[in-house]
Design a binder for this molecule. Structure first.
Ligand code: SF4
Length: 62
């Protein structure tokens, strides 16, 4: 991806939606919040879908 995606973990509620939508990019970590662990795991369109679906709008492009 040309842009970098990140999760604001102070805001994430750990619902797991981003992980189920794009598991090759997002996963819940040991603290129960999401992290973008692989920037190359999916295309920007898929990541944008996760951004748009996050219930607390805590996934962002840098
Ligand atoms: Fe966290 Fe949003 Fe992913 Fe849910 S969809 S786990 S709130 S980043």
């Amino acid at each position: 991806m040309a842009r970098e995606v990140y999760v604001d973990q102070d805001v994430c509620i750990g619902c797991g939606l981003c992980e189920s939508l794009v598991p090759a990019v997002f996963r819940l970590n040991d603290a129960g919040v999401s992290e973008a662990y692989d920037q190359e795991g999916a295309d920007e369109k898929s990541v944008q879908e996760a951004i748009d679906s996050c219930p607390v709008n805590c996934i962002h492009w840098r």
